[in-house]
Design a protein around this ligand. Structure first.
Ligand code: 13P
Ligand code: SF4
Length: 329
């Protein structure tokens, strides 16, 4: 029997990627363009080590938003995911914000669409809407205050005790914040595809292999993983903990492996063991974050594209909850 195979279109509407001459000294070119463009390069800890090393600022999502707000550079080259670059744009509507790869999304942000979110909110009139920074500008525009994993507890504690709260979109971070603050919150059922892959079963095995190691975990991990952790914190807090806890030399790290670059750099000799995701891969990488490369950063600075744009009316509403968060620190 013959099977007819439908003809695929030659292209799927995606722009052709320029092939970069491998002999080009990318590091030197990026440094030259950074000066020429009066640009600042901001990079998240989940970027490849090469990108972290060339950036002007490496940080967690809170630190990067703070630096974006404070910069007087004319161009912000944001090496992270789309919601982070979008936050930088909301805070700098007069500046050019470029990303190495505009397809670098985030499972949390992508699975919380504004139409469904506004419909969901109808069930919770009179609630304070707290949204994680891992959301689109449209979701931020529907929120009262934004938080990151560094300041989520502080943000929720700042809300008067008699007010009811909804929290979106990460259910695990939300549950952890409820535990820390004793506040009840209605949770949007979102999750991160990277952090949900860590399982208590695999971590128990790893702990048997490394009995001296402490387990540090990001609050986007599920409850059973957080229950086992010796320390829970944002990417920056995990790095600080590993760098400063000198009584321990080995750490099992349950977050994206990019943080291990800073841990090793700032504490040479420390043994950091990446928690293995359930998929059986050797290490946990965020498939979105890793779309950014040195080649694409070079092109973004050279061509000033792809640029991140936010419609003015959405930015005008989204900036308020972001500013409320920044005021709390
Ligand atoms: P941080 O706010 O801890 O940097 O985390 C951002 C993130 O995307 C975690 O997956
Ligand atoms: Fe989003 Fe998860 Fe990637 Fe963080 S690690 S950017 S939450 S998909």
């Amino acid at each position: 029997m013959s099977v007819s195979i439908p003809k695929m279109p030659l292209h799927l509407g995606m722009p052709e990627r320029e092939i970069i001459d491998p002999r080009l000294d990318l590091e030197a070119e990026i440094k030259r363009l950074r000066v020429e463009r009066k640009a600042i390069i901001l990079a998240h800890y989940y970027q490849d080590g090469e990108i972290q090393d060339i950036a002007d600022v490496v940080g967690d999502s809170l630190a990067l938003a703070q630096r974006a707000r404070a910069t007087d550079a004319e161009v912000i080259a944001f090496c992270g995911v789309h919601f982070m670059a979008e936050t930088a744009k909301i805070l700098n509507m007069d500046k050019i914000v470029v990303m190495p790869d505009s397809d670098a999304g985030c499972s949390l942000a992508d699975r919380c669409p504004p139409d469904q979110f506004s419909e969901w909110l109808l069930q919770y009139p009179d609630h304070v809407v707290v949204s994680y920074i891992n959301t689109s500008a449209s979701i931020k525009a529907l929120s009262d205050i934004i938080c990151t994993s560094t300041n989520a507890v502080r943000v929720v504690e700042s809300i008067p005790a008699d007010r009811k709260i909804v929290f979106a979109p990460d259910r695990h971070l939300g549950r952890w914040v409820m535990k820390q603050t004793g506040r009840e919150m209605a949770l949007w059922p979102g999750f991160c595809v990277v952090h949900e892959q860590f399982t208590a079963r695999k971590l128990i095995k790893l702990r048997r292999e490394y009995p001296e190691a402490e387990l540090v975990a990001h609050p986007e991990c599920e409850q059973s993983v957080l229950d086992m952790a010796d320390y829970i914190g944002s990417t920056n807090q995990l790095i600080e903990y590993v760098v400063n806890t000198k009584s321990v030399d080995e750490f099992i790290v349950a977050t994206e492996m990019g943080v291990m670059h800073q841990m090793r750099k700032r504490r040479p000799g420390v043994r950091v063991i990446g928690a293995e995701p359930a998929s059986g891969c050797e290490c946990a990488v965020c498939p979105y974050m890793r779309l950014n490369t040195m080649e694409k950063l070079y092109l973004a600075l050279r061509d000033l594209k792809p640029q991140v744009d936010v419609p003015a009316e959405i930015a005008a509403r989204a900036v308020l909850p972001v500013e409320r968060m920044l005021a709390l620190g």
